[in-house]
Write a protein that binds this ligand. Structure first.
Ligand SMILES: Cc1cc2nc3c(=O)[nH]c(=O)nc-3n(C[C@H](O)[C@H](O)[C@H](O)COP(=O)(O)O)c2cc1C
Length: 187
């Protein structure tokens, strides 16, 4: 069994990115489990808070979920052509203390996808993740690429994915990522 942790970079209850992860849960295939994490409860990074109290509980819990996974899928929104602060803030916390970076980021494949209501489907925020993930030495799976534009019209009112093209592309993406993780685990 392959365990993928999908992290949604949006706190919004009706988030398209969280909804994409939910839809992906039904498309990963029988031997794969995709769990979803959100960033609720993670405070703004503050080095004073860190030195006085250590890592916040929500960060410790997210780290534990990453350690328990075989691969991490980041579902990123795009704000002002970049990474939303909420998501970057969480990754900054996850990179503390620096001795843990290799364990959090270096020991399992990472992948990025994203959805936005505009026409470009998070192309710029996905690009903005590249130097961040390179800095953290995360082994990014970049064979698959998934930009989901016009996200406002691909779900029905209950949040079900109703666009067949997106469903097919999303299925190919997550199955490709899972196959890559399986290959890495065999090595
Ligand atoms: C501050 C802000 C900036 C935004 N900038 C962009 C942008 O640069 N490109 C884009 O495609 N959408 C942009 N949007 C729209 C988001 O893609 C949209 O709010 C989307 O629903 C966020 O993802 P979510 O549905 O997962 O919460 C922006 C939204 C906000 C609130």
């Amino acid at each position: 069994m392959i365990h993928i942790l999908g992290i949604s970079g949006s706190l919004r209850q009706g988030s398209f990115n969280t909804a994409v992860l939910r839809a992906a849960q039904g498309l990963v295939g029988a031997e794969v489990k995709l769990e979803i994490a959100t960033l609720h409860g993670i405070p703004l990074y503050d080095a004073d808070l860190e030195s006085q109290q250590g890592l916040p509980q929500a960060v410790t819990e997210l780290k534990a979920r990453i350690y328990a996974s075989d691969g991490v899928l980041l579902a990123t929104p795009e704000y002002n052509n970049g990474i939303p602060g909420v998501f970057k803030n969480a990754i900054d916390w996850l990179s503390r203390p620096p001795e843990d970076i290799a364990k959090v980021f270096g020991q399992r494949p990472y992948a990025v996808l994203g959805a936005s209501p505009g026409n470009f489907g998070t192309i710029l925020s996905q690009g903005a993740w590249l130097p961040v993930l390179r800095t953290l030495r995360a082994p990014l799976w970049s064979t698959g690429r998934l930009l989901i534009p016009r996200a406002g019209s691909i779900f029905d009112e209950s949040g079900q994915l109703i666009d067949e093209t997106v469903r097919k592309n999303l299925g190919n993406f997550v199955q490709g990522f899972a196959a890559h993780i399986a290959d890495v685990k065999k090595r």
